[in-house]
Design a protein around this ligand. Structure first.
Ligand code: ADP
Length: 681
């Protein structure tokens, strides 16, 4: 048990002892028992300790009353009432699990009155029943007096144990001095001059209400306590209007009843006002905190222009961001219309965009709709420069639902818009350049293709004449001449093959690579190609291996093109393999796929160049270094042929060790071709 709690209970017992002692002879009830202290000690402790505290409240009360002269049985019954009442009050106040109940709003106030009413009623019942059992005097009056006395005992003390508003007084010092003198004056009138007129006592009520409305909650509570105490003291001393009641009723219980009613009236008239004022102060405090926060936010926002207008559309807010972006000081624009920041041309542009009239009012009316948030609006700053802002306009609606003004937030995006325009223009220029290049490229392709066509005829003719010459058709030729003729023929054939490559490639690029599909045997294709390169292998001293299945490998495709593809791979293998190396061509044809592989032990392709192997005109650095002739067209043609047969070319190459190139015709495609073959067969 804390000494604080023990002290409070001792205080209760002492005040209670005095209150009972000072009651005049023959009076039984209605003493100013400080019930609020008992309930207060309960509120200070957890519920688990209430039984223990309740017992102490009971014992302290019994002892105080017995010492003050009450019969022990009566003291016991009444103390039970005090204890039970305090437990009920504390129980109702904390029934939501709150340890320190609040007295801050109307709901708290209602619960407070309900709690003290319930507690006082319980105590009243105990007192009444005790008096009835002990054949006491007038148990009904006793019960009512107890209820009222306890109500006051709670009302003026218990709020000190609750969480009340902590706002400061509204009143100035002068006002407080006036209040004190008014209160003293009224007390003097009520308890002095009009001592024989009990109703005049209620003159105190308006003065107390005045104090409650203007003072802090704590001061109001202290006033009530002081006022209740002094009213009771004066009355007990036989002074004032209530003492006069005794002369009328000849019974002091009635005096105390009147006094308690009076104090209660004062409590009921001041406590709710004090709570209402506290609530209002709370709300207005929150609102002013919010307003200050908003002000500092608006004031500290520099990158964003915030402009507010009142209900008449005149500027009443111009934040530093707006000053910075538009160049005006707030003082120069307050009270003016924001239309000063726009040109008529801009209203016309926006009016067309938003489908409204070209006036500031009409445009603003549409712009404030949420879907137009972030619209780009042109502003004219103080220097007359045109700036582009993205602007969002919103209405301010007051508590009655009327439009109290507007607020616009805008961000200067001039630079961003300019950058965007420049970028768009640059992209357009680039697109045009690409278009021109594409046209040039097309022209070049057309040129290459037509030139190749034109070249083919004379070269074929040259080759024809060379053959006739070589055969001695135009007279005998000696060995030196034959030698020269052979060289000319060789070079002419290379020229013809280059021209054929160029022609085929231009067909590929135009997407018109014509394949004359027919049934063929892939084995035969490989053998024919091998025959073409075999002599070159032999003359340059390279071993040549051929591995083709003995049974036909049916395929549907363009035989000539397939042969050409295999020849390309084989002639590369021959070209890029040094004397003493080996070249192998093989065909694997089964239900899964047909694969023609060409393997060599040549120079290979440097790894960092391998990704470009199928690009037109690609020639590896090794090919250049070793001055190996070629056009760089063979592989792209081979790839195009494979693709036109729904296949592809793949390769692996190890620099210095050799390469393997594969023409792969996948199963599905191969099956389809095989089927075609079967059907055709
Ligand atoms: P070309 O053989 O006329 O140069 P290709 O398109 O057939 O043109 O080949 C392109 C390049 O790929 C060749 O120049 C060569 O550098 C490289 N290459 C192709 N096949 C082989 C190979 N079997 N071994 C090494 N390098 C090869």
């Amino acid at each position: 048990m804390k000494s604080r709690d023990l002290g409070l209970l001792a205080l209760m017992a002492t005040v209670g002892f005095v209150a009972v002692t000072v009651l005049p002879e023959g009076s039984h009830a209605g003493e100013m028992w400080p019930t609020g202290l008992a309930a207060g000690v309960l509120l200070l402790n957890a519920r688990s300790r209430w039984a223990e505290i309740g017992l102490l409240v009971f014992l302290a009360s019994v002892v105080a009353m017995t010492f003050a002269g009450r019969a022990p049985l009566m003291a016991g019954g009444w103390s039970l009432g005090i204890t039970a009442g305090a437990l009920v009050v504390a129980g109702v106040l904390t029934h939501r699990g709150t340890r320190t109940p609040r007295l801050r709003d109307n709901v708290d106030l209602a619960r407070f009155f309900a709690a003290i009413l319930a507690g006082s009623a319980v105590a009243g019942a105990f007192t009444g029943v005790t008096s009835l059992l002990l054949q006491g005097d007038r148990p009904g009056v006793l019960a009512v007096a107890t209820v009222l006395a306890h109500l006051n005992g709670y009302a003026v003390i218990l709020p000190f144990f609750m969480a009340v508003a902590r706002h400061r007084a509204n009143s100035s010092r002068i006002e407080r001095a006036l209040q004190a003198s008014a209160l003293a004056g009224v007390m003097l009138l009520v308890f002095g001059l009009f001592g024989d007129k009990p109703l005049m006592a209620f003159l105190v009520v308006p003065v107390l209400s005045w104090c409650a409305l203007r003072n802090s909650m704590r001061v109001t509570l202290l006033q009530l306590l002081a006022f209740g105490g002094s009213a009771a003291g004066l009355t007990l001393a036989g002074i004032g209007p209530f003492a006069g009641v005794e002369r009328l009723s000849h019974h002091f219980d009635i005096v105390m009843l009147a006094l308690h009613l009076f104090v209660l009236a004062c409590v009921v008239s001041s406590l709710p006002s004090a709570v209402a004022v506290a609530m209002q102060r709370d709300v207005s405090h929150a609102a002013s905190v919010e307003r200050d926060r908003l002000h500092s936010l608006v004031g500290s926002t520099r990158g964003i222009a915030i402009i507010g207008t009142d209900a008449d559309g005149l500027i009443n807010l111009f934040n530093p961001g707006a000053e910075q972006q538009l160049g005006y000081r707030a003082g120069e624009v307050l009270g003016k219309s924001p239309s000063m920041f726009h040109r008529q041309e801009e209203f016309e542009r926006l009016a067309e965009l938003l489908g409204t009239e070209a006036t500031h009012r009409a445009v603003a009316f549409v712009l404030r709709e949420p879907e137009h948030a972030g619209t780009e609006v042109e502003f004219v700053n103080k220097d007359g420069d045109l700036r582009m802002h993205t602007m969002t306009l919103a209405r301010i609606i007051d508590a009655d639902g009327n439009v109290a003004g507007h607020v616009s937030t805008a961000e200067d995006v001039t630079e961003r818009v300019q950058a965007h325009t420049t970028l768009t223009e640059a992209l357009e220029t680039e697109r045009q350049a690409v278009d021109r290049l594409r046209q040039v490229d097309q022209l070049k392709d057309i040129f290459v293709s037509s030139v190749s066509h034109e070249l083919r005829t004379p070269i074929t003719s040259i080759l024809g004449y060379l053959e006739i010459l070589g055969d001695g058709g135009f007279g005998p030729v000696n060995s030196a001449q034959t030698n020269a003729l052979t060289r000319v023929a060789g070079n002419s054939e290379r020229l013809l093959s280059l021209i054929d490559d160029l022609l085929l490639l231009s067909q590929v690029q135009d997407g018109v690579l014509e394949t004359k599909s027919a049934d063929c045997d892939l084995g035969a294709v490989v053998l024919a190609a091998a025959n073409v390169v075999a002599p070159a292998c032999e003359t340059t001293g390279k071993a040549f291996g051929i591995d083709v299945p003995s049974t036909p490998s049916p395929f549907t495709g363009d035989r000539a093109q397939l042969e050409r593809a295999v020849i390309n791979l084989l002639s590369n293998a021959v070209k890029f393999t040094q004397a003493g190396g080996r070249i192998d061509v093989a065909l694997r044809s089964d239900a899964d796929a047909a694969i023609i592989s060409v393997r060599d032990t040549g120079v290979g392709i440097p790894r960092d160049e391998q990704a470009q192997v199928f690009k037109r005109f690609f020639r590896s650095s090794v090919a250049f270094e070793m001055a190996i002739q070629g056009s760089g067209l063979g592989l792209s043609i081979t790839q195009a042929i494979a693709v036109s047969h729904n296949g592809h070319v793949e390769f692996e190459s190890n620099p210095g060790e050799g390469s393997v190139f594969r023409l792969v015709f996948p199963q599905r495609v191969y099956d389809a071709h095989a089927h075609g073959h079967a059907n055709a067969g």
